[in-house]
Design a binder for this molecule. Structure first.
Ligand SMILES: [Fe+2]
Ligand SMILES: [Fe+2]
Length: 284
C-alpha cells in the first residue's frame, strides 16, 4: 500500500519545483505597458473600433477587413504556438539533462499545444480553423524563428528567455481586444508564457554557473536577431489596421523597441553581450 505521507512529500516537491520555475526570475521592466489603456499616449495609429464582437453572428456582420485581419492573426498565433513544440519535442524532451527538466519540457510542450487548441477553437467560432497548421514542413512556418534548428540545450534555455518572451508580447497585443472570446482565453495563456520565460532564464543561469557561458552566448547570438524579426516589418501598414480595429495595441516597431529595452538589460545581467540589433532583417 502506498505511504500517503511519502506521496504528500512528492506532491510538495512538485509544488516547490513549480514555484521555482514559474515565478518570474525578473519582473518585466515594461509591466506597465501590459495595460492597454496605458498605451494610448504613445504616438502613432489609434484604435477607432471600440465595440466588442462577442458572437459568431456579430463577427459575420463585421466588414471584410476586420474578418480577414482577425482570421489572419489567429492563424499566425496558432502556427507559432504549435511551431515551438515541433522544434524541440522530438530532440529535447527525453534528452533533457534531468528528470525535472524532462518533466518541465513536457509540460511546456503540453501548454503550447493547448494554446494551439485554444486558437483553433476561436477560429472555428468564426468559420475557420488551424488544423492544417498542425503538421507542416518547418520551412512553411509563418514566422522564421520556427524554421530554425536547436542544436544545444542552451538553445532551449535561450529560446525560453527570448522567444517565449516575444510570444508573451504578441499575446499581450490582444489584451482588451475587440474580439471578446479571445479576451476570455488570454489570462491563463499569458500566465503560462511567463512560466516558460522564467524556466528559460533559470536554465541560462544554470548553464552559466556550470561554466558553459560560451554556449549560452552562442545561443543568444542565434536567437536574438530571430526574436527581433518576430515583430514583423517596421514598414508594414497592416499593423495600423490591426490597431484601428482593436486587434493590436502597438505597431511592430513600437513592440520591438519595448522588447529590446526589456531584453537587453537581462542579457547584460547574465554577463553576456547583446548582439547587434542590425542583424535583424525587419528592424528599421
Ligand atoms: Fe504559447
Ligand atoms: Fe511559450
Amino acid at each position: 500500500m502506498a505511504n500517503p505521507g511519502r506521496a504528500l512529500d512528492w506532491d510538495m516537491e512538485d509544488d516547490r519545483l513549480d514555484a521555482r520555475y514559474d515565478v518570474p526570475v525578473q519582473e518585466p521592466a515594461f509591466e506597465s505597458v501590459h495595460g492597454a489603456r496605458e498605451l494610448s499616449p504613445l504616438e502613432g495609429p489609434k484604435r477607432e473600433f471600440t465595440d466588442r464582437v462577442s458572437t459568431p453572428g456579430e463577427f459575420d456582420k463585421m466588414p471584410d477587413e476586420y474578418r480577414e485581419l482577425l482570421t489572419r492573426v489567429l492563424r499566425i498565433q496558432a502556427d507559432c504556438e504549435i511551431g515551438g513544440p515541433h522544434l524541440y519535442v522530438s530532440n529535447w524532451v527525453l534528452t533533457a539533462p534531468t528528470a525535472d527538466d524532462q518533466w518541465r519540457m513536457s509540460r511546456i510542450a503540453a501548454e503550447e499545444i493547448d494554446h494551439f487548441r485554444k486558437m483553433d477553437r476561436l477560429l472555428r467560432l468564426i468559420g475557420s480553423g488551424a488544423e492544417d497548421r498542425l503538421w507542416v514542413d518547418k520551412e512553411e512556418r509563418y514566422v522564421d524563428a520556427f524554421k530554425s534548428e536547436m542544436p544545444s540545450w542552451a538553445d532551449i534555455a535561450v529560446f525560453g528567455g527570448l522567444i517565449d518572451r516575444v510570444g508573451e508580447y504578441q499575446l499581450d497585443e490582444f489584451t482588451d481586444c475587440s474580439f471578446e472570446p479571445l479576451n476570455k482565453v488570454l489570462p491563463p495563456i499569458l500566465r503560462e508564457e511567463k512560466g516558460h520565460v522564467s524556466f528559460g532564464l533559470y536554465k541560462c543561469r544554470d548553464l552559466i554557473d556550470q561554466g558553459r557561458k560560451d554556449e549560452v552566448q552562442a545561443a543568444i547570438d542565434r536567437w536574438y536577431p530571430e526574436a527581433l524579426d518576430m515583430f514583423g516589418n517596421a514598414r508594414s501598414k497592416r499593423d495600423h489596421k490591426y490597431i484601428k480595429w482593436g486587434l493590436k495595441r502597438r505597431t511592430n516597431e513600437q513592440a520591438r523597441q519595448q522588447y529590446m529595452t526589456e531584453a537587453e538589460p537581462i542579457i547584460r545581467d547574465l554577463g553576456l553581450v547583446v548582439p547587434d540589433p542590425r542583424a535583424s532583417r525587419e528592424h528599421l
